[in-house]
Design a protein around this ligand. Structure first.
Ligand SMILES: NC(=O)c1ccc[n+]([C@@H]2O[C@H](COP(=O)([O-])OP(=O)(O)OC[C@H]3O[C@@H](n4cnc5c(N)ncnc54)[C@H](OP(=O)(O)O)[C@@H]3O)[C@@H](O)[C@H]2O)c1
Length: 494
């Protein structure tokens, strides 16, 4: 059902770093989608801010090239919506550490913001992380982030990565807290906005059949895997500073792990949900050196094309030890999960693009079906995050016929087939939550601390000892030693 957020308040969305990839490809298209679905207040304006000089018209042209008509089929109607939306978009250029440039932005905002209605200002820091603090400080110095009780509310959205380790993350949290309070701060992990991830709590807590089995007595192991069949490409400079553990595992994959392992919250109050996630993350033992395998892709022919190795990517130092692949085994030390291995892998330059969670159940005890064609396979519940969002459950079935032959078959829920209509993009869902002030799907400071505590020690070991990542061919399944790691825990990656 369509819902107007608030007819009576006014909204200013300020995207800092508006010339960038994320702003143009994700943030503005998501805002346009909310506009088309009448989910933004009638009085709203979007302001782009970055150093690149652009007029409003040039900025609108840039945005126009990436808006799409998912919610407004029909070319002429869509064009009308786009033109209408773009009339609400403005641009001003400036430096991220310049109080004067941000004061010019403040003047522009004041020109458009109605004086007589309650106002929400939403600042989206879509800039490289080293600019978060200078930009926040300039917003503060120029008076842009000042709140007026009952009249003006300010919120800030910060993109990951939130630091490089526990220490730098804490420093970032402290620095941002000088300008924005914790309740004003929305740390975004766009995986939490994905439909299938949002469905995890529903799957677990709105169905009777899973929860009684959701524990160490019935689950053999859990696998959370993320892979891409592309390399670091245009982002290699950025990527080399972070690597796959910080870029994917510490945030996206740990968030999935938290949702799989957490206890049922008291209700859906954002703080109650996040309390349970923090408890789940706090129960995870920090990853040790012997629990992880790291790799780096090398040049190879893949699908008829010569692919560069990571060390040949532009912006990557020739002696880089940054992992493009990591596989780890995590342990959750609590009554529900003790002894269950959580296998986690993330890699670029692999042979497929896929994000999935596998809940692998234990073998059925005391098999009454004799013979090799009658051995039950363990059930496997698969939550497919991308590309083909869905949920499937492998079950054993008798093959129709005169003999008892068992076969593994799949109950498959494909989102595309089951749900009519467009599935919202993660950024649409998350931006709407920021507009509404709902923080359930955003990372709280203590959640971030708990997530960094899991990976910071092993990152330090890998980097201080300059551990060489194991080479794997672009387009392969990753380093073979990951299989040995899984085998140590009687598990596999397939
Ligand atoms: N792109 C994605 O899909 C994605 C996904 C998840 C998270 N993120 C995070 O979202 C944020 C924005 O991502 P992005 O891909 O849009 O970044 P980006 O394109 O590299 O940077 C955004 C803007 O920041 C300014 N900028 C970039 N490098 C700068 C530098 N060295 N000094 C000063 N200004 C600089 C540029 O604008 P001007 O030159 O015009 O000032 C650029 O257009 C980052 O924190 C990133 O880690 C991005």
């Amino acid at each position: 059902m369509q819902q107007n957020v608030s007819e009576t308040s006014s909204l200013s969305i300020i995207v800092v770093g508006a010339s960038g990839d994320l702003a143009v490809k994700k943030i503005f298209p998501a805002l346009f989608a909310l506009f088309c679905r009448k989910l933004l207040p009638a009085s709203f304006s979007c302001y782009g801010y970055a150093r690149t000089p652009m007029t409003d018209e040039q900025f609108r042209e840039l945005l126009m090239s990436r808006l799409n008509c998912r919610y407004t089929p029909g070319e002429s109607e869509c064009r009308m919506y786009m033109e209408d939306f773009l009339k609400h978009c403005f641009y001003t250029s400036g430096h991220y550490d310049s109080k004067e440039d941000f004061e010019a932005l403040q003047t522009l905002l004041k020109r458009h913001e109605p004086a007589d209605t309650p106002l929400t200002r939403l600042f989206y820091l879509s800039i490289p992380p080293f600019l978060f603090l200078p930009a926040a400080q300039s917003l503060h110095d120029a008076g842009l982030a000042e709140e007026l009780p009952g009249r003006k509310t300010c919120r800030v959205v910060v993109e990951k990565p939130f630091g490089r380790d526990r220490e730098s993350s804490d420093a970032l949290t402290r620095g941002l807290a000088q300008v924005f309070t914790e309740p004003q701060t929305y740390r975004i992990d766009h995986y939490l906005g994905k439909e299938v991830i949002q469905n995890l709590m529903v799957l677990r807590f709105a169905n009777l059949i899973f929860e009684p089995l959701w524990n160490r007595n019935n689950i053999d192991y859990v696998r959370i895997c993320w892979s891409e069949d592309i390399g670091a490409e245009g982002r290699a400079g950025y990527f080399d500073h972070y690597g796959i553990i910080r870029d994917v595992m510490q945030n996206h994959l740990l968030q999935m792990l938290a949702l799989v392992t957490m206890e049922e919250p008291l209700n859906l109050d954002p703080e109650n949900v996040r309390n349970e996630k923090v408890k789940a993350l706090r129960a995870v033992r920090p990853v040790r050196y012997e629990d992880i395998v790291v790799g780096q892709y090398t040049a190879a022919d893949y699908e008829g094309q010569a692919q560069k190795g990571y060390l040949q990517e532009e912006g990557v130092p020739p002696d880089s030890i940054t992992p493009t692949y990591a596989a780890a085994v995590l342990k959750v030390r609590n009554r529900r999960w003790d002894g269950v291995p959580f296998l986690m892998s993330a890699g670029k330059g692999l042979n497929h693009r896929r994000t999935e969670i596998h809940i692998v159940f234990r073998q059925v005890p005391g098999n009454i079906f004799a013979g090799p064609s009658a051995t039950p396979h363990p059930n496997n519940l698969v939550i497919r995050v991308q590309p083909d969002a869905g949920i499937s459950l492998n079950i054993m079935t008798k093959v129709p016929g005169l003999r008892v032959t068992l076969q593994e078959t799949e109950l498959n829920l494909s989102y595309a087939a089951a749900f009519a209509g467009e599935i919202p993009d993660a950024y649409e869902s998350l931006l709407l939550d920021v507009v509404k002030g709902d923080k359930s799907l955003f990372i709280r400071a203590d959640e971030l601390e708990a997530a960094w505590d899991i990976f910071t020690p092993v990152l330090r070991d890998l980097e201080s000892c300059r551990v060489q990542p194991q080479p794997y061919l672009f387009g392969s399944g990753g380093p073979r030693s990951a299989d040995a790691l899984a085998a140590l825990h009687n598990a596999t990656w397939e």
